[in-house]
Every structure is written in structure tokens, then in C-alpha cells.
Write a protein that binds this ligand. Structure first.
Ligand SMILES: [Zn+2]
Ligand SMILES: [Zn+2]
Length: 333
């Protein structure tokens, strides 16, 4: 089967053995597509000849269960997963027992970091184990296309960030002015997620086209107000200064992307303004569940956000994403 590897820091489409259950508990999924995540691009950019063999590209996969040897129900489901189910998935699951898990920092858990799908999302087939099925795999419903439901994992990352900011679902959060800095696909998901959490949502991007595009989601920028919570989905170092200029007293800045260089927030700003600076890295199983609900109920609309590429054109998808030509690439497999 076809799969993907990095060789000499470049994407290569390789031929390898199709994964098989062979006594391992779990399922084989025939992948129909996989979203390209900003973190895949960071991994490619930071690859070295020494570590490139361990890099797994692609985790926003969707496909059909081709083989399964366990009886496990997904969260919120009445019947166990079976052959033929179309499912999207997250790639990491926590242990629920360690110190990090008990503090709610699931994505810092060792089990979480070491778990993954096999061999990678940009493959024709993947193996997921029983813990994936239990905690990170969700069935698609009729109303969504495969491409739309592949947003399960990226949207769950945004939900994690919204919860990190202390916002609670089904509460009136309209006293919070939230600003999303960086209006790529993740910024658009974040803005819609924040609307579902009933906050006042604004967005800012240096790219005028993107600033214009988000108006269709009811997202504008208001330069006259200060913001209670700022979500940093931009990977630009200039965004840091923007955030510090726009944050209100007692505000929270959610650090959501990696930024090149050794930059930081200013001690005295944090002190005098009583700011909170919080990182948000990767979703817990509960965030994946809520993401599945938001997509299925249409509370977050991802129609038309992604552009299709074939697996053979993965390198071009990476280039087009980097240059900002497209919002998001979906690799049809
Ligand atoms: Zn991702
Ligand atoms: Zn743990």
C-alpha cells in the first residue's frame, strides 16, 4: 500500500506492507482522506536526518473500518463499532492515571505522547488499537461529508483551548470579548467554537483577504475595544506584540501555536495587568467528543474550508499551505 515518510527532509510516497490485525486488538481502517495540519508542516520544517525516521505525518484521518476484532462502543453510541462504519479519529489517548491526567493535562501524559496511529494518516490503511476505539474514534453521520468530518481532531484542539480559557458550555459568556489572532482554518474553527460557547467573538489577521473572508462567519475586528481572552492561532512573532497591546486587565492569552525564536511575554505586563498566559496543545477524549457533536449538529460549519489534493501531491499541498494560497489541505487517499 501507499504511505508517507520523510527522506532527506523531503516528503516521499512509499510502498509498504498493509497493516493487519494479526492478534492485535483493534481495527484496520481504509483511509479515504486526511487533513494536513499546521503541526505536520512544523514537523517537516524541524526534521533532521537523525530524527526523520520517527516522524509520523498525518493525523486528521477519516475512513471506513475494514476489519475489527473487539467489541467497543464509541462515546455516545448505542452499538459497538463494526465493519463498514465511517469514522474520524484522534491519534493520541491518555492513561487517565498519571499526575498530568489527574490535573487535567491529558496531552502532557506519557501514554498520550507515545500513542499514535500506525503507520500514519497519509496512508491507504491504518491500524488503530482498542484504546483509540474507546477514546478517540467517532462515527460520521449522514449529514456530513468525509472531508467535513475530518475536521474532528483540529476542531477538538480549539475546544481544548476554549476550555483552557475557563469558558463553560451552555453558560452566558457574552461578557467575554474574545479575539482570535490568525484567521487561517484553525482561526475560523476557533471563532466558530467560541460562538458556540456564547462569547463575543472578534478576529484579526494581517492578511486582508482572510480578514474579509471571516465576515461570512460573522467575525469582525474592532480596534476600539480591549479583549478579555486572546487566542493566538498565528505562528507569527508579530502576533505577540499585537496580543499584549490588545489584552484587557485580568485578561488571558491562550498560546496555541509554535512561534520561531525565543520570544516571550513581558513580566511587567503579566504582573501589572494580572494577565494569565496559558498554553493549549492537544485535545483530551472529552474535547474530541464535543467536537463530534459540534460538527454533527452544524454548530461549527466547515463546508468549503479545505482544498483537495491527491496523496502524490502532498508536497504541493504543503507548499500551498505554507504560502497561504489555501486555507487548509485535505488529502484524498
Ligand atoms: Zn492537527
Ligand atoms: Zn496520564
Amino acid at each position: 500500500m501507499k504511505s508517507t515518510k520523510l527522506k532527506d527532509k523531503k516528503i516521499q510516497i512509499i510502498n509498504c506492507d498493509k497493516p493487519a490485525l494479526e492478534g492485535k486488538k483493534g481495527a484496520i481502517i481504509k483511509v479515504s482522506g486526511c487533513g494536513l495540519c499546521g503541526s505536520d508542516i512544523v514537523k517537516i520544517n524541524h526534521a533532521t536526518i537523525e530524527n526523520e525516521d520517527k516522524i509520523i505525518l498525518g493525523h486528521e484521518a477519516i475512513g471506513t473500518i475494514e476489519d475489527i476484532n473487539v467489541e467497543i462502543k464509541g462515546k455516545g453510541e448505542n452499538i459497538p463499532f463494526k465493519k463498514g462504519d465511517v469514522v474520524a479519529l484522534g491519534h493520541h489517548y491518555p492513561c487517565f492515571k498519571c499526575k498530568y491526567c489527574s490535573h487535567g493535562n491529558y496531552s502532557m501524559c506519557k501514554t498520550f505522547k507515545n500513542s499514535n496511529i500506525y503507520p500514519s494518516g497519509f496512508s491507504e490503511y491504518i491500524f488503530v488499537n482498542e484504546n483509540h476505539l474507546k477514546y478517540t474514534v467517532y462515527k460520521k453521520n449522514e449529514s456530513l461529508s468525509n472531508e467535513e468530518f475530518s475536521f474532528l481532531e483540529p476542531l477538538s484542539c480549539c475546544i481544548r483551548a476554549i476550555k483552557r480559557a475557563g469558558l463553560k458550555l451552555n453558560k452566558d459568556n457574552s461578557s467575554y470579548n474574545c479575539l482570535v489572532v490568525g484567521l487561517g482554518s484553525i482561526g475560523i474553527l476557533m471563532a466558530q467554537g467560541l460562538k458556540a460557547f456564547q462569547t463575543n467573538v472578534f478576529g484579526l489577521d494581517i492578511n486582508e483577504k482572510r480578514q474579509e473572508f471571516v465576515k461570512k462567519y460573522g467575525v469582525f475586528f474592532n480596534e476600539k475595544i480591549k479583549y478579555d481572552i486572546i487566542f493566538m492561532t498565528s505562528g507569527s512573532f508579530r502576533a505577540l506584540e499585537t496580543a499584549l497591546n490588545l489584552i484587557d486587565f485580568g485578561g488571558k492569552i491562550i498560546v496555541f501555536s509554535s512561534i520561531e525564536g525565543d520570544l516571550g511575554y513581558k513580566n511587567n505586563d503579566i504582573y501589572y495587568k494580572e494577565l494569565e498566559i496559558l498554553g493549549s496543545y492537544s485535545p483530551s477524549p472529552d474535547d474530541l467528543y464535543l467536537s463530534s457533536i459540534f460538527l454533527k449538529e452544524g454548530r461549527v460549519n466547515v463546508k468549503g474550508l479545505s482544498t483537495d489534493y491527491t496523496l502524490d501531491n502532498l508536497a504541493r499541498a504543503v507548499d500551498d499551505t505554507k504560502s497561504g494560497k489555501i486555507l487548509k489541505a485535505y488529502i484524498v487517499i
